[in-house]
Every structure is written in structure tokens, then in C-alpha cells.
Design a protein around this ligand. Structure first.
Ligand SMILES: Cc1cc2nc3c(=O)[nH]c(=O)nc-3n(C[C@H](O)[C@H](O)[C@H](O)COP(=O)(O)OP(=O)(O)OC[C@H]3O[C@@H](n4cnc5c(N)ncnc54)[C@H](O)[C@@H]3O)c2cc1C
Length: 389
């Protein structure tokens, strides 16, 4: 087994590093975290820069307009962009990291041609309309219904906790297309244009003060049948592809960001005298080991996906994605708890970046499937234990 980088990978790293060095100084200043239209513009400008330099959709297959890079090159990309302090994927999160890859894997040629290029260019932003007020963990109990009327579905219902709904152009929407079928059967995956008549977005304010997500109300919204990805009533299977991407790879870049924050915590602790506390030093050391292990887990999942691709498989992350999601979301909370200890009384300052991050980190064990649900998946699909229900 060779754990080193190949010559091609090293060349890729150096080329990317050089491009980041010349590109980042010319980027506009980061907008205020509460100004969502400005954040969208900033994130899309970064996506456009990546597109023009040939780095957009690095991990997407070449047939889908991506770069067809190996998962290892994707890891190198994450390391280098994070090390250079490049912007994060931000408003383009859903489009680039799971709606786009789902359309690439499950969409028709016409659907790939319509939706994938604008995602890669940073022209169109997507959100995810899966959760409903009574269907979160038990997603298959969703009730938003879509009734066929000629060449369109008439969609009525509501979604909740829809991140970036306010600034999105499209929504990956789950609907019930067969009212008589229950559970996983009778669900379809639609691309909903957010400006369609009958769509109302009502922003919700989070604990950290941000309006990053919203309620979405759908009142007899007409969605062309041609906007359905996958067969009618086969949406649950398509959703499993989306969720595998969301849990398996979408958070990988954040692990690198957390390791950088940890380094800053150590520097701050040395500056403000907290480093003298041996218990705190041990805590930071444990976190360092935890994030190191998480990065190894990412590499393991990536190498599994790479082998699957080489063997002609689909490269969709497996149930190991849930192991990563479970540990990562807890480690992120632990990191910002430690940050509060390093900061001391300053951690009560609502304007301090780490205070906002600490509040936001609480949502990580809920978003993209709660920890309890990840534990169920690990018990059933990794450990082979009997089903919980
Ligand atoms: C910051 C953030 C962003 C989000 N963004 C989006 C988005 O963009 N789009 C979207 O569609 N959704 C989004 N969500 C919603 C998220 O996916 C749901 O909140 C999550 O799936 C949990 O569903 P719920 O809130 O309905 O809780 P519930 O399902 O009501 O769960 C309540 C509690 O019961 C536990 N529980 C429920 N069922 C079981 C079970 N079978 N076994 C063990 N424990 C169980 C849960 O773990 C939890 O502790 C977001 C959530 C957050 C916090």
C-alpha cells in the first residue's frame, strides 16, 4: 500500500496553490453575515472564479461538466483552499454538494444540460425542501402532495428549516405523488423553481440571530412533469442518493476548517495565559486527535468511493457516511465549547465570531439527520443489528 501522493497529485496541489496565491487577493471583501443577498453574490462570484479557472465541480463526473478529478484530488483541493483561507462553498452548498451530484447520477441528459452548468458557473442557487413540520427524522411520512394535471404537477403543502430558501432559484423538493401509498412508496423528487406562483418563503431566525433558513409554503404550485428527477413514485431511492452525498462528503471541507480553528485556539490560549491550564491543554490535545481521526475517516470514505468508481460502481458514499456525520457533528460542538473556555468572559460577547459559531454548532447534531438517526443507521447497516422499528 502506498500512502504517499502521486506525481500527478503533487502537480495538481502546486498548480492550485499558485492559482489561489494570485486569485485570493483580488476577491471582494466578505459581506456581513446577515446580508443574505450580498452573501449569495459573494459566494457566486467565488464559484464563477473557480469555474473560469477550471476548478468548478472538481468531484463531478466529466459528462456532467465537472472536472472528473479523483476523490484524492478533491481532498487536496479542500486542504489547499482551507489553508489559503479561500471562501467556503456557502450559498452554493446544496447545488454543488448534493442536488447537482444527484441530478448528475439520476437525471436525464436534458435535465443535466439544463441544471448542471448554471450550478457550476455560480449562476443558480439551490435549496433543499425535504423536511416538513411533521416529517423530519421520519422523512417518509411527508405530506406535501403533487397531483398530476396534464403536463404539470399541482403541488400543495409546506416545508420547514429550508436553508437558503430566501436566496435560492431552485429547490430539490420531495412530494407525495401517490396519496394512497404510505411510507417510502409514492414519493417523487422534483426541481421546484422558487419564483413559481404560489411559493411563499417566510424566514426563521436562529438562536445565533441569523435568518439562514425559512418556512416554505406551497399553494397549488404548478411544476412541469419534466422537472421530476427519477421515475414517478421512485423518489425515495433518489433521496437516498442525495442524503448519501449530504452526509458522506458535504461536510469534509469543514473538518479542515475546524482544524484551523483549533490551531487558532491554541495560539489565543498562549497569548491570554489560558495555556497554563493543563486540563485545558489536554482538552485541546484530545480535540486535535479527534479531528485528525475524522480527517482519516474522510480519507477512508474517499478511498472507498475511489475503489467503487474504479470497479465501475457509482461512487456514492456508503453507510460509513453516517459514522462520519455522527462524530463530526459532536466534535464541532466540543470544539466551540473549548473555544468558550479559552475566551473566558469574552465568550459572552455576542459579536465574537466564536460565540456565533458556538451557537450555530448546536444545530449540527440535528441538521442533515439527527445523531439518533445516524446511530440507528449505523446499528442497522454497519453493525447489522435488528431494525429499531
Ligand atoms: C441548521 C439546520 C439546517 C437545516 N436545513 C435544512 C434544509 O435545508 N432542508 C431541509 O429539508 N431540512 C433542513 N433541516 C431540517 C433537519 O433535517 C431536521 O431538523 C432533522 O431531520 C430532524 O427532524 P425534526 O426537526 O423534524 O425532528 P424530529 O424528527 O421531530 O426529532 C425529534 C427528536 O426525536 C428523535 N427521533 C425521531 N425519530 C427517531 C428514531 N426513529 N429513533 C431515534 N430517535 C428518533 C430525533 O433524533 C430528535 O432527537 C435543517 C435543520 C437545521 C437544524
Amino acid at each position: 500500500m502506498d500512502l504517499g501522493w502521486t506525481k500527478e497529485e503533487e502537480d495538481f496541489r502546486l498548480r492550485l496553490r499558485a492559482w489561489l496565491r494570485t486569485t485570493l487577493p483580488g476577491l471582494p471583501a466578505k459581506p456581513s453575515p446577515d446580508d443574505w443577498p450580498a452573501r449569495r453574490a459573494y459566494d457566486c462570484a467565488w464559484q464563477r472564479a473557480l469555474y473560469e479557472a477550471g476548478y468548478a465541480g472538481l468531484h463531478w463526473p466529466a459528462e456532467a461538466g465537472g472536472q472528473g478529478a479523483t476523490p484524492t484530488q478533491q481532498l487536496i483541493y479542500l486542504e489547499e483552499t482551507e489553508r489559503a483561507g479561500a471562501p467556503y462553498v456557502g450559498a452554493n452548498f446544496v447545488g454543488l454538494l448534493h442536488a447537482g451530484p444527484t441530478i448528475a447520477a439520476e437525471g436525464t441528459a436534458a435535465q443535466r444540460a439544463r441544471w448542471l452548468p448554471p450550478i457550476l458557473r455560480g449562476d443558480e442557487v439551490w435549496c433543499q425542501g425535504f423536511t416538513e413540520p411533521e416529517a423530519g427524522s421520519d422523512l417518509a411520512s411527508l405530506r406535501t402532495r403533487a397531483v398530476r394535471d396534464g403536463d404539470a404537477y399541482v403541488v400543495t403543502g409546506s416545508k420547514i428549516w429550508t436553508s437558503h430558501a430566501e436566496i435560492a432559484d431552485w429547490c430539490e423538493l420531495l412530494v407525495r405523488t401517490d396519496a394512497s401509498a404510505s411510507g417510502h412508496r409514492g414519493i417523487s423528487w422534483l426541481a421546484l423553481p422558487m419564483d413559481a406562483p404560489g411559493v411563499t418563503v417566510r424566514p426563521l431566525r436562529t438562536l445565533a440571530g441569523s435568518t439562514e433558513f425559512a418556512e416554505v409554503f406551497l399553494d397549488e404550485v404548478r411544476v412541469p412533469v419534466s422537472h421530476r428527477v427519477g421515475a414517478e413514485n421512485d423518489g425515495w431511492r433518489v433521496t437516498m442518493v442525495t442524503l448519501a452525498f449530504e452526509r458522506g462528503t458535504a461536510f469534509a471541507g469543514e473538518v479542515v476548517a475546524c482544524r484551523r480553528t483549533l490551531e487558532r485556539l491554541a495560539v489565543t490560549a498562549k497569548e491570554n495565559g489560558r495555556w497554563d491550564d493543563a486540563v485545558l491543554r489536554r482538552r485541546l490535545g484530545r480535540l486535535d486527535a479527534e479531528f485528525g481521526a475524522l480527517w482519516r475517516l474522510v480519507q477512508g470514505n474517499v478511498s472507498e468511493a475511489e475503489s467503487s468508481l474504479r470497479a465501475g460502481g457509482d461512487g456514492v458514499p456508503g453507510a460509513g457516511a453516517s459514522v462520519f456525520k455522527l462524530r463530526y457533528s459532536q466534535a464541532r460542538q466540543d470544539l466551540y465549547d473549548a473555544a468558550a473556555e479559552v475566551l473566558g468572559p469574552l465568550s459572552l460577547d455576542a459579536d465574537h465570531a466564536w460565540t456565533g459559531e458556538r451557537l450555530t454548532s448546536l444545530s449540527y447534531t440535528i441538521a442533515a439527520g439527527t445523531s439518533q438517526i445516524q446511530q440507528n443507521i449505523i446499528a442497522e447497516r454497519v453493525l447489522g443489528l435488528p431494525r429499531s422499528r
